[in-house]
Design a protein around this ligand. Structure first.
Ligand code: 13P
Length: 256
C-alpha cells in the first residue's frame, strides 16, 4: 500500500509564536501514527523556528513554494538554497499561486526540478476551476497541467513526488468534491496520465492526495477511497484538534 501523507498548508496564517505553540501541542497527539507521513507547511517566517522545534521528530516541515534559482534579483522570493536544512517537503503549483502570483505549468516544472535537486519532496498541486468542471474540461486541464509540471522528469524521480488533486472550486469554499468523484478523477484521469508519461509501475507507486474543504466530518469518506493517499489541508490544518482528527481518521480508514 502507498504510505498515506497528510499535509497542512497553513497559507498566510499563524505568527512565528503561534506556529511554535501549535506544533508543540500537536506533536504528542500524533507522533505515534508511524505509518502516516505528517507534514506542516508554515509561513516562511516560521520555518526555521518550527524546524528546530521539530528536529528529529516524526512531524515534518514543508514550505509553501520556492524559487528555482539559487539566488538572484528576485524580490520577495526564497530559494532552495535558503530552505536547505529546514524542510523536507515543498508545495508547488498551488492554485492560489497560479491565480495571484503568476505560477504557470512552466514555473511549476522549474520549481519541481529545483526541489528535487535539493532533496525536497515536491507536493505538486493540480486541479480544475469551476468553469472548467462545468465545461467538462477536467481531463484536458489535468493532462495539460501534468505534462507541463512533470516535463523532463525520469520515472524514478516521478515515483518519489506527491501530487495533490485540488479542484479549485473546492478550496476554502466548503464545496468539497464528492469522495467518489475525487477517487474517480485520480484513478481514471491522473494515474492513467502518469502511466502514459512514466509507466504503470510509477503510476501505481505515486502518492496522490485530495485537497479542498477537507475536515473531520468528511475525512473518513475520502480516506476510504482506494486511489486517495492522503490530503492537503488548508483551514482544518489550523486547529490542533481538527488536524489530529484527520490523522486519526486516516489511520482508521487505511487500517493502520
Ligand atoms: P481548504 O482545506 O481550506 O479548502 O484549502 C485547501 C488547500 O488549498 C490546501 O492546499
Amino acid at each position: 500500500m502507498r504510505r498515506p501523507i497528510i499535509a497542512g498548508n497553513w497559507k498566510m496564517y499563524k505568527t512565528v509564536a503561534e506556529s511554535v505553540a501549535f506544533v508543540q501541542e500537536l506533536l504528542p497527539k500524533i507522533e505515534t501514527y508511524f505509518a502516516i507521513d505528517k507534514v506542516v507547511c508554515p509561513n516562511f517566517m516560521a520555518i526555521p523556528t518550527v524546524s528546530e522545534v521539530l528536529k528529529d521528530s516524526p512531524l515534518k516541515v514543508g514550505a509553501q513554494t520556492l524559487h528555482w534559482k539559487q539566488e538572484g534579483a528576485f524580490t520577495s522570493q526564497t530559494s532552495g538554497e535558503m530552505l536547505k536544512g529546514y524542510i523536507d517537503f515543498v508545495i508547488i503549483g498551488h492554485s492560489e499561486n497560479r491565480a495571484y502570483l503568476a505560477e504557470t505549468d512552466e514555473t511549476v516544472n522549474k520549481k519541481l526540478h529545483a526541489a528535487l535537486q535539493y532533496g525536497f519532496t515536491p507536493i505538486v498541486a493540480i486541479g480544475e476551476t469551476k468553469d472548467e468542471l462545468e465545461a467538462h474540461l477536467t481531463t484536458e486541464v489535468l493532462h495539460k497541467q501534468l505534462q507541463g509540471a512533470l516535463a523532463n522528469l525520469d520515472a524514478h524521480a516521478a515515483s518519489t513526488i506527491i501530487l495533490a488533486y485540488e479542484p479549485i472550486w473546492a478550496i476554502g469554499t466548503g464545496l468539497n468534491a464528492k469522495p467518489e468523484d475525487a477517487n474517480r478523477v485520480i484513478g481514471e484521469v491522473i494515474r492513467p496520465t502518469i502511466a502514459t508519461l512514466f509507466g504503470e509501475e510509477t503510476a501505481q507507486a505515486m502518492r496522490i492526495q485530495y485537497g479542498g474543504s477537507v475536515n473531520p466530518s468528511n475525512m473518513l469518506a475520502y480516506m476510504q477511497q482506494p486511489e486517495i493517499d492522503g490530503a492537503l489541508v488548508g483551514g482544518a490544518s489550523l486547529k490542533v484538534d481538527d488536524f489530529t482528527q484527520l490523522i486519526k481518521q486516516t489511520a482508521e480508514a487505511k487500517g493502520l
